[in-house]
Design a protein. Structure first.
Length: 286
């Protein structure tokens, strides 16, 4: 329809007050008030409709998220079976993998119900692992074809999956006038409640794209704990300064995630790459 010259406008139904507040809600009345709102120009900001490429990437990323959740669910189920059968497994993925690898020797004297349940979990985990590997290979291949994703990968802590997630959920970066609005879209800005001279700043809003927010927080964890090198030092300095001496690690991680998204905004908007020297100069000046 867009190729035929038709302009499509999609709105949040809750923001169309004339329809949401009506006591009589029918399709005919909805169409009438939508037409009146369009005629008067009194309608909310249209919802962004992504292109075919962005929709394809979002679909693949959503499929990967579902597969990964199922993969973890079968692993946790195997751990619960072993613990319930009297074979405790230490916390962590490595200990669980070792227990499942030695399942035949460990549960040799176990009842058949336990061995069958653990074997089922192993088979399901193997199938889902193969599906995840195939999907990850397709995503990496697609990421190598998009120049913007390659530029996002120059930021420390951002790999192919995180860069693809940012590119897919941001879409057209020109729809955000500044980086702060993009951070608000990801729900990484603090909630503000003000009345008169009273101002209360709470936690982050957690509105917008939850998948993008979770991926950025995970990338911030990796940046603060695993990245070693001069390129990651300016971003790590931001996290250490916010963390301070009061153990505010979670606040620091969220702040670093917001900085990663702001850097990604300028990379997508200006067509540049990550410059650690420039960021370090700005950090020192602050």
């Amino acid at each position: 329809m867009t190729a035929a010259g038709t302009t499509l406008l999609s709105f949040n139904a809750q923001q169309l007050r004339s329809i949401a507040a009506s006591r009589k809600k029918t399709d005919r009345r909805d169409a009438y008030w939508i037409a009146k709102a369009l005629q008067a120009g009194m309608y909310p900001h249209p919802v962004y409709v992504p292109t075919g490429e962005i929709r394809e990437l979002r679909a693949r990323l959503s499929q990967r998220r579902v597969l990964h959740a199922d993969y973890n669910r079968w692993r946790y189920r195997a751990r619960s079976y072993l613990r319930a059968g009297g074979y405790p497994v230490a916390p962590g993925v490595t200990a669980l993998r070792a227990a499942l690898a030695a399942e035949n020797a460990t549960t040799r004297s176990a009842p058949p119900s336990l061995t069958d349940a653990v074997a089922l979990c192993r088979r399901q985990e193997a199938v889902l692992r193969a599906e995840l590997a195939q999907l990850d290979a397709a995503l990496r291949s697609r990421a190598g074809e998009v120049e913007a994703i390659q530029r996002l990968m120059t930021v420390p802590g951002i790999g192919p999956f995180t860069a693809t997630m940012i590119y897919a959920w941001v879409g057209d970066v020109r729809r955000f006038p500044h980086a702060k609005q993009l951070a608000a879209y990801a729900g990484l800005v603090p909630a503000v409640r003000q009345s008169g001279s009273t101002l209360h700043v709470g936690g982050i809003t957690k509105q917008g794209a939850p998948a993008l927010r979770a991926t950025l927080v995970q990338a911030a964890h990796v940046l603060l704990s695993r990245c070693r090198g001069a390129e990651a030092s300016p971003l790590q300095a931001i996290g250490l300064r916010i963390r301070g001496t009061r153990g505010r690690r979670k606040i620091a991680v969220v702040a670093v995630a917001r900085h990663l998204l702001r850097i990604a905004y300028y990379i997508l908007r200006d067509g540049t790459t990550y410059d650690a020297h420039r960021l370090g100069t700005m950090t020192d000046a602050a």
